[in-house]
Design a protein around this ligand. Sequence first.
Ligand code: URA
Length: 257
Amino acid sequence: MGITQWVLRDAPDGDTTAQNMPDQTMSARMVSVNPEDSAGEDASKKPTPVVEVLKQSVPKRTQVAAVQQSVSDVISLDALRVRVAECTACELAASRTQTVFGEGPDQADWLFIGEAPGQQEDRQGKPFVGRAGGLLTQMIRALDKTREQVFILNTLKCRPPGNRDPLPAELKACEPFLLKQIQLIQPKVIVALGKTSAQALLNSDQALGKLRGQVYQYGPDSIPLIVSYHPAYLLRQPTDKGKVWADLLLAHRQLPV
Ligand code: URA
């Protein structure tokens, strides 16, 4: 894959020079891809036609209300999974193979939130099982964790056709599911992977580069939230893995000792 293994062990707090980390100065000089394009699963993503974005940028109130209503009485992740699988609130329901709820232990300390399922995820019904998922697994391993110990989910539960960017209306319609997931999992730290996830969670339109490097307090429980690059971006721009490592260490430091 061309990504060298990352190692957390013995990395002191704040030390971003983990084993085999790239030279930061070099990486800054070599970057040619706009970090704000980081959200996508792959470089072949087609931009959404402007007309389509405008048409769908206003969510239908009744649909959002229906999703809100469907989660209001839910008190377990299993029950929520069923509600997600039944959802037809936006047009993605028509083209999906299945919903991708996310996976992990009910009470995981770490919560990683990506953008939306891609082709492999849509087929298998699991998050991050494609190439980007392989890299996310490495990132988790570098934290001395396994995939089974963390929760991984997406802002959208259905695949946008052709892996196009999620539309505002789709994000809005799916939001009650995301909020309920976070409320039920109660993680100790959240890592938002990529622009779509970060902007949706922080209700911001700032560029990813501006959102990185800070600790946000998310929701009524003030869960620490860190923003980082999407693994798909990192596959295209491996010289930025040092920045992701710094983000992961920042997230790690938010865990109670
Ligand atoms: N990209 C994402 O954002 N999520 C996935 O599940 C897979 C790829």
